[in-house]
Design a protein around this ligand. Structure first.
Ligand SMILES: C[S@@+](CC[C@H](N)C(=O)[O-])C[C@H]1O[C@@H](n2cnc3c(N)ncnc32)[C@H](O)[C@@H]1O
Length: 193
């Protein structure tokens, strides 16, 4: 077992509700979550990085460490991330802090590894609202779920002026996952990625 997996397992046992997944994302899911990122894309934000499986995939796409900000609530994960990813800003606090920390409309992508579907609706709504507060108008939030359901119901998304586009199922992940891209309705049919 790798050091990352051991840390993940320890946090899962100590904070099962916060971690809410049986293992870190696989490299296949990490690639699907970061598709479309490229050097010079601008500011990228990650919610709930855990041990950094998606973080390493974001950086591998050519995003500069200085352009990446992570929001993680778990102190042990935060210490690990700060050591592992020098130059990346790691905020020790909830994703909902993002607009206060970063300002509004500054990011091109929010990549979220949060267990949104296992959170109460009010919290889910607050997190998606925080993502769209920091995103530029044509930005997108990328979120996986472990079932066929999107991270918020189509009605809830519609009330927020958003829609979700589902990608193919990623079978090589435990459990298999699906990637959703959330965007403003006005951007429907606009650029993908
Ligand atoms: C399922 S793990 C995902 C870890 C990693 N992104 C991956 O895909 O392997 C969820 C992570 O979200 C963090 N988390 C839970 N609620 C959070 C919140 N409101 N804001 C920021 N991080 C949160 C947990 O501490 C945990 O690290």
């Amino acid at each position: 077992m790798t050091a990352d997996s051991t840390l993940f397992l320890r946090q899962l046992i100590t904070n099962p509700r916060q971690v809410s997944a049986i293992s870190p994302s696989s490299p296949w899911l990490a690639r699907a979550m970061t598709a479309g990122l490229h050097p010079g894309i601008g500011k990228v934000v990650e919610f709930g990085p855990g041990t950094g499986r998606l973080t390493e995939a974001i950086l591998a796409r050519g995003v500069a460490p200085a352009d990446l900000t992570l929001f993680e609530m778990n102190g042990d994960f935060v210490r690990h991330l700060r050591t592992r990813f020098p130059g990346v800003q790691v905020h020790h606090g909830p994703a909902q802090d993002a607009p206060d920390v970063l300002g509004e409309g500054t990011a091109s992508k929010v990549i979220s590894g949060l267990p949104l579907l296992s959170m109460p609706h009010v919290l889910r709504h607050a997190i998606v609202s925080a993502a769209f507060a920091v995103l530029a108008p044509d930005g997108a939030m990328v979120q996986f779920t472990y079932g066929p359901r999107p991270p918020l119901s189509p009605q809830a998304l519609d009330q927020m002026g958003l829609h979700a586009v589902a990608g193919p199922r990623v079978w090589r992940n435990l459990p298999p996952a699906r990637v959703f891209r959330l965007r403003h309705n006005v951007d429907r049919g606009g650029a993908q990625g």
